[in-house]
Design a protein around this ligand. Structure first.
Ligand SMILES: C[S@@+](CC[C@H](N)C(=O)[O-])C[C@H]1O[C@@H](n2cnc3c(N)ncnc32)[C@H](O)[C@@H]1O
Length: 169
């Protein structure tokens, strides 16, 4: 993670790194052999996806050394169980969240949680073609208006934000 912290100065650099390093690593391509050693925490609510991850780690422990996949509902996460992140991708924000009082979080709460967990030079990424994009745009506009989030760059279907100095609620 220090790798990113040290060199995240310019948007162009960020864009190139996202394409070359972060996104492939997140998708598990080359993450074992590229030597970047990113620590990746992902989450799925799909049992078959998690079962495939488990089978793979049982077969090859090294695969799970830096790539962890939690099974569960992301809307049930809490600050106390999460580390800080240099990059957070919330590509599916507002896609799956029917209002549910039994959940600990709604979409706004989820974004607030990960914003609070962002490292000083961290970035939050969203997917502008998401089926939840309309609701996500409304939520992001709210955060931008409060200067809690600052849009750094739009690149293809990526929306890249950094934390602002404003109120994050
Ligand atoms: C269309 S797939 C996209 C997977 C893609 N690799 C990604 O993460 O951007 C949507 C993923 O979101 C996960 N998902 C949907 N609702 C979720 C929830 N409430 N909590 C955690 N994961 C959820 C699904 O289990 C699935 O892995």
């Amino acid at each position: 993670m220090n790798y990113f912290r040290l060199k995240l100065n310019r948007a162009l650099e960020l864009k190139e790194r996202l394409l070359r390093e972060l996104l492939p690593a997140r998708m598990r391509v080359n993450s074992l052999s590229d030597g970047l050693n990113n620590e990746i925490l992902a989450m799925t609510a799909t049992p078959s996806e998690h079962a495939r991850y488990l089978r793979r780690v049982v077969r090859d422990a090294a695969f799970g050394a830096r790539y962890k996949v939690l099974f569960g509902d992301i809307y049930q996460l809490a600050a106390a169980t999460l580390p800080s992140f240099d990059f957070v991708t919330l590509f599916h924000l507002a896609e799956f969240a029917a209002p549910d009082p039994a959940r600990r979080l709604d979409d706004v709460g989820l974004l607030t949680l990960f914003l609070a967990k962002l490292s000083a030079h961290g970035r939050l990424l969203f997917y502008s073609n998401s089926s939840g994009r309309r609701a996500t745009e409304r939520i992001l506009a709210h955060y931008e208006a409060r200067q809690a989030l600052v849009l750094e760059e739009k690149f293809r279907s990526l929306l890249i934000y950094r934390a602002g100095r404003g109120d994050s609620r």
